[in-house]
Structure formats: structure tokens, C-alpha cells
Design a protein around this ligand. Sequence first.
Ligand SMILES: [Zn+2]
Length: 376
Amino acid sequence: MLELLFLLLPVAAAYGWFMGRNSVKHTELKDRASVTRNLSSGLNFLLTDQEDKAIEQLLELLDIEAATIETYLALANLFRRKGDWDKAIRIHEKLHQLKLTKPQAQQIQYELAKDYFSAGLYDRAESLVTPLINTPRWREPALKQLFSIFTASHDWHKAVALESVVMQSESRSLKIALANMAVEAMQNAPNSEQLLQLVSVNPLAIRPRYALAEHYLAIGQTEHAKPGLLSIIKQKPQWSADVLPLLQQCHFDGDEWYQLLSQLANKQNNVTACSLLADWLAEHGSAKAAEQFLLDKLHQQPSIRLFQKLLQVRQHQSSAAAEALLSVEGLVQAYLANKVLYSCRNCGFKTRQQYWLCPSCQQWETVEPITGIDGR
Ligand SMILES: [Zn+2]
């Protein structure tokens, strides 16, 4: 019902404008009569729940009076948010035909492009919004809209072609999006040189470094994979759950691995690092040392995964209790099997799968490993 109130606003504004005029010229009297007729029938259609006909009548008024444009924009946006894209398009298309100031015309152009995008008409949306990237006021929203279009249509190369414009912008999210789409563009044939180039021009995004490290690991050049993975952990310690298993495939000198895990376990309280450190202690120290370390950590922060690790360590220590501990561990494992592993920091979307693009809010690099009692 809310949009009905909005429909009444242009009616009231247009009617007030006409009533307020003092001229008694014949043509104006005719206009007033026509407007009053349109208003009356528009209201009538509203009252009888005939929204389509009401919009038609109220759009008629736009031919005469453009002063109520803001109200029509608000109404069209309401329809778009409700999923009534057809109605939003009809209003914006009508507004688009009016002779308006340049800023108003550009805003309508942008809004209409958003309608077309929502309705899946990507080509029309793209051709409307592309010219707006040349206008400072609209550059950033227009680029974001274009990126949404290219993401939906998987036109990664079109996004990459906008690199010089994006790099001039201040937007962090646009630069991260561009880096991710550049990786997508070369997904079928990743090559070290192109990925290295991407890493050097995109320090904000972690995807190029991740993709480069995966590429080096895949071709067996583990020594080259290591620096990029270490820099990801330094920049985003919350990614340790995914990055540490990759780093495990690399070579570490002396106590370098132990130092890295200790730092992540003690400074970040990272569960994956604690678990790997317990493994290291069991291997290089003793099972007792690993057990004590895990007990200390569990006293500091409750964690189901560290409790599971403690059960595993104890199984190795006590053959008498091993069977009972194994069955408890099985229960813990079953509990963890249904827990989500990632959460989007932007919209809260939860999943067990890693996504570079959040399926819910369509933002890049916002889905991260979760922390907390069930976290990693
Ligand atoms: Zn999200």
C-alpha cells in the first residue's frame, strides 16, 4: 500500500500547481479541466486497485508538468524494489522522454539502466549506463552498475577493458572487483606472467595472489607460491584457515613454520594455526606438550575443532581409552559436518563453500572463513 501514498503525492503537487495559478486564460482552463479529469480517473483507478491504469493516467500528467519528477522517481524506485520492474521501466522511460536539465536526465538514464538490469535486459542497461562513466558525478555508480552487468553476463573482458577508468577512481570495492574479474578472464589459461602483473597492480585484492600461488603449486613451483600466501595471511589473518593448508605444501627452513603458527595461534587465536601447531608439537616435542598446549588454548577460547584435536591427541596417548575417544570424536565430527565454514561480512550469507563472489549480495572477496566456537 505504501506506493499508493506516493502515487497521491504527484497528484496533489500537480493539482496544487494548477489550482495555484491565477491566470484565467481559456487554454489554461482547458488544461485544468483535462488535468482534473486525469487526476480524478487516476484516483478512481487507485481506489479500485487498478494500479496499471492509475499509472497510465498519472503519467499523462507528466506531459504537462515536470515539476513533480522527484516524486515519480521515488515511485518508480519503489516499484523496482518491490520487483515490479515493468512499472518502474514505464515510469522511467516516460521521464526519459521529457526535456529536462542535464543532471535530471542523467539520473533518469542511470535509474532506467538499473531497471533494465533488474529485468535482465543487460544490453539495454549497458548502452544506457556506459556514457555516464565520462561524467565525474556518475562515474563510480555507473562503473558499479556496469560491473554488475558484466558479472551477471560473465563478460569479464569488458570489465578488464575499463581498467584505466577504475584505477583513477577512489573506490576500493571497484578495484577489488576489477582484480577478481581479471582473474576470471584468464581462468581457463592461467599464466604466471599475467598473474604476476595482476598482483603488482592490485595490492588491495587477495584473489590475484591466491590464484598465482595455486598456479605455482599446480606446476610444482612451491618456492614461488610461498611469498604470496604469506602476504595474504599478513594482510588478512582470517584467511589462515584456507591459506595454511596451501602453505603446508611449501618448504620451510628451521623453525620458520613453527614461528608462523605460533604467531597466528597467539596473536590471532586462529584455530587452524592452533591445530597445526599441536601437530607440530606432537611431532617435534611430545604428545604431552601438544595436549597441554590445546588445554591452555581451550581454557582461553572454547573451540569445537580444538576439542576434536585434543581427542585425537589423547587417542594416540592412551590405547585403553582410544575406542571410547574415537566414538566421541565421531560425534564431534558429525556435529561439525553440518556447520557453515564461511560467512559474508557484507550481507551475512552463510555457506560451507568458498566463493570469491558472494552469491547473495554480489560483492567480491566478502565471503570469509568464520571464527567463533565452530569456526576455523
Ligand atoms: Zn554477501
